[in-house]
Design a protein around this ligand. Structure first.
Ligand code: XIL
Length: 388
């Protein structure tokens, strides 16, 4: 507890600790005892050797979470929860182009650097996410004269960012979500800005550039929509594996594959052979596997009963992890944030949600940082893992 507060002050956040108001309340709360004090009996013991990180570690895994850095900077209780539960962190948005490159000649490393110092001071690892994503392309690069220089901007960006963190990150999501078979392009490649400007070679280029700038980070290809036994996801898996095989044949430096793991409760489809075979194929290529963005979208649960919803969400985690953790190549499990307060599934316009008036309870801790059945389901899934 002390060390955590010390870190926040060291990181030039003294104002948080000395300020009256919400920060003072937080401190008083933190000083009132361990997080366990406010929990029902069945949840006593979620810290130390009973944390997600400790259980993961005993089964050859590192558990962690995506973090919104602005929240971490201001919310001591959240910072404590992250430090208590996580062996690895990844910034949710702060390393994406739009956040990092406000202008062609400007890089803003402030927030990801803060997270790195936080991680280091708590002996946590950190991942980088992401050097290339179709959904984070700054407006300035789309002007005709800049777009004509996309390749140069791309190489400069990856070189600068990877050099800035060289030797300090466990892994990088070098390319995120490059496959979209419905776009109708050769190889099932997504018709993204990057693809349209540079052609299919941008993927190899990204990995080679990243390796040259940081020889230590595990270079990862990350994608979604590969978890279920259905035809659409089978096609996505097939396209990704073809792409990976091509990269291996061309000697492209790649070390790992990220399975985002944005799964859904109350689905007609199962987790099974499709996922297991996909993971086997990746393992046989000599690559590690990371579950990078695990969470459960619960929009399709009909019941409004909290306990019932929580039980279905927990079972969804168990069913998924039962299959996913069976593969020994899996080394990391990260949830996409740790508390329902910050799940991205509650962001954005409510009309896009099937349950607009019902905030999602997708993550292991609720919005008041209390563990839920999902926490126990994840922890038990780590314990059931037979590979170490
Ligand atoms: C999401 C963030 O959580 C949101 O805050 C942001 O508005 C959009 O991006 N797949 C990814 C992540 O690879 O980068 C996305 O993160 C979630 C889906």
């Amino acid at each position: 507890m002390l060390a955590r507060r010390k870190f926040i002050s060291q990181a030039a956040k003294a104002a948080i600790i000395t300020a009256a108001g919400p920060a003072a309340t937080l401190l008083a709360h933190a000083a009132s005892g361990s997080a366990d004090a406010k929990l029902p009996d069945s949840y006593r013991g979620v810290s130390g050797s009973r944390s997600l990180k400790a259980h993961a570690h005993r089964h050859g895994l590192v558990y962690g979470s995506a973090v919104i850095v602005r929240v971490l900077e201001n919310d001591l209780e959240y910072a404590e929860l992250i430090a208590e539960q996580c062996g690895i962190v990844v910034p949710s948005n702060e390393l994406k182009w739009v956040a990092l490159r406000p202008a062609p000649d400007k890089y803003d490393f402030t927030r990801p650097d803060f997270l790195l110092r936080f991680a280091k001071s708590h002996k946590m690892l950190m991942r980088g996410h992401t050097l290339c994503w179709h959904a984070s392309v700054p407006a300035w690069i789309k002007t005709p004269e800049n777009a004509a220089r996309t390749r140069q901007f791309f190489v400069d960006h990856i070189t600068t960012v990877c050099r800035h963190y060289a030797g300090k990150l466990q892994s990088w999501d070098v390319v995120n979500e490059a496959i979209q078979p419905s776009d109708g392009e050769p190889g099932g490649l997504r018709k993204s800005f990057w693809y349209q400007q540079m052609g299919p070679d941008y993927i190899d280029l990204a990995f080679r550039t990243a390796r040259a700038a940081d020889p230590h980070a595990k270079l990862t290809y990350n994608d979604y929509g590969v978890e279920y036994d259905n035809d659409e996801e089978a096609e996505r898996r097939r396209r990704i594996l073809d792409m990976l095989r091509g990269m291996k044949q061309r000697g492209v430096p790649i070390d790992a594959v990220g399975i985002q793991s944005h799964i859904k409760a109350a689905q007609p489809y199962t987790f099974g052979k499709g996922l297991a075979d996909y993971m086997d194929a990746i393992q046989q290529m000599g690559l590690e596997i990371y579950l990078t963005e695990l969470d459960v979208n619960e929009d399709d649960i009909a019941s409004n009963d909290l306990a019932e919803r929580d039980a279905i969400i927990a079972r969804t985690y168990s069913d998924y992890l039962h299959v996913a953790l069976a593969n020994p190549a899996v080394k990391l499990v990260l949830t996409w944030d740790i508390s329902d307060r910050f799940t991205w599934l509650n962001n954005g316009p409510t009309h896009r949600r099937k349950q607009p008036n019902r905030p999602q309870r997708s993550l292991p801790f609720d919005r008041d940082y209390r563990p839920k059945p999902a926490f126990l389901a994840i922890r038990e899934s780590f314990d059931h893992r037979s590979v170490t």
